[in-house]
Design a protein around this ligand. Structure first.
Ligand SMILES: *Cc1c(COP(=O)(O)O)cnc(C)c1O
Length: 390
């Protein structure tokens, strides 16, 4: 009762008060002028968020729904795609493609490492029948940032579509769709966008739209061609998630109040804070380089049970996430995207330390909170790697 809950998971993430108040409003009708105004005001903001001149379409589904919508719209059964598989969500791309009868070539990457663009180039060279590359901008199961900008430079020269799952990257670190040449970018509401789950956003490039038009509508619910038509009228194909869209208008206004540069800088600084903090605790982040800016996976010492660490941390009101797949029990994931600040991370690091003490002894630098805080302040004052370097 005296403990404040701090949700430091890689989605869902905490909600700012202004967003919660927007969500609490009474219903408006999704076919009337008041809703059209919401949609028309959202569209330019969403295009700035995605860095695209193409329409950004809201869908009433979780992030995975948007993955399915894009895959069915762009690839026919029998066509071949390349999937970058280095974590749980890469696996999901493969499973979705397979469920649609799309042939899959896997470029396997050890969990915790980014894909080597040369490996993708070689696979595309070896098999000219590949029509798409499906990848995560940020692989949330490990905390890796894949070099999608470099992958897009490869696919742009070929008739291969680059499809980027940006669910834990959009609004967290730069991934400007048009500038990088991405053919599809999608995200979900409950990660960087500071909203509850249930809303996804999708944009396609000009050539991806051409491909979708050539294939024609392929799914009754996830019909992006018809969604685009409705979007031009300020509506959605079916009943819109009205309150989530009104909440989205508020969260995007919060971004714009400070500017995306400040949002990315804070994300970068929180990442530096967590990485320095866990190292001072005698632990190692799972990802050495090319780490994402919205979560940090931490390897646990042999013999320490991850589930026990999470349970002990929860006593301090801190909700951390465990590992997925073969990393279950072996890592702890600290989410720090969206409405999370340095105070939450101080609490998170303290809870992690005591979780570890409970789960088995270890030695730590007594100054770990000071060191983490200094890393945060240094990163806030020195800036972050610009999008060219990602
Ligand atoms: C969270 C996440 C998903 C799954 O989204 P759901 O909303 O749970 O369907 C997919 N990809 C990535 C990269 C994610 O972080």
């Amino acid at each position: 009762m005296h403990t404040k809950l701090r949700l430091l998971t890689p989605g869902p993430t905490p909600l700012p008060e202004a967003v919660r108040l927007a969500l609490a409003q009474d219903m408006i009708h999704h076919r009337k002028a008041e809703f059209v105004r919401v949609m028309e005001e959202l569209q330019p903001r969403l295009q700035r968020l995605f860095g695209t001149r193409q329409p950004v379409l809201p869908l009433a589904c979780s992030g995975t729904g948007a993955m399915v919508a894009v895959a069915t719209s762009l690839f026919a059964p029998g066509e071949r795609v390349l999937v970058v598989e280095g974590g749980k969500f890469g696996e999901r791309w493969r499973e979705i493609a397979e469920s649609l009868g799309v042939q899959v070539t896997v470029v396997a990457v050890p969990w915790g490492e980014p894909v080597d663009p040369a490996a993708v180039a070689a696979a595309l060279e070896a098999d000219p029948s590949i029509r798409g590359v499906l990848v995560q901008v940020s692989e949330t199961s490990t905390g890796v940032l894949h070099p999608v900008r470099q992958l897009a430079a490869l696919t742009r020269q070929r008739s291969v579509l680059l499809v980027a799952d940006g669910i834990s990257a959009v609004g967290v670190s730069p991934c400007p769709m048009d500038a990088w040449g991405l053919d599809a970018l999608l995200t979900g509401s409950q990660k960087g966008l500071m909203l509850p789950p249930g809303l996804a956003l999708v944009a396609l490039s000009e050539r991806a739209w051409a491909k979708a038009e050539a294939l024609g509508p392929r799914h009754f619910y996830f019909n992006l061609l018809a969604e685009r038509d409705k979007n031009r009228q300020g509506q959605t194909l079916f009943t819109a998630p009205v309150n989530l869209l009104r909440g989205l208008a508020v969260s995007l206004a919060l971004f714009e109040e400070v500017g995306m540069e400040a949002v990315f800088r804070k994300q970068w600084a929180l990442t530096a804070m967590v990485r320095h903090g866990v190292r001072s605790l005698g632990l190692e982040p799972l990802v050495r380089e090319h780490f994402t800016w919205g979560l940090t996976a931490v390897s646990l010492p042999a013999g320490v049970d991850g589930a026990q660490v999470l349970q002990a941390a929860a006593r301090y009101g801190v909700v951390l996430a465990g590992g997925q797949g073969h990393l279950k029990g072996r890592i702890v994931r600290i989410g720090h995207m969206g409405y999370v600040d340095f105070g939450d991370i101080l609490a998170g690091l303290y809870a992690l330390r005591h979780g570890l003490l409970d789960a088995g002894g270890f030695s730590a630098c007594p100054n770990y909170l000071e060191i983490a805080m200094k890393a945060y302040e240094d990163a806030m004052s020195t800036g972050y790697p610009w999008e060219e370097e990602l």
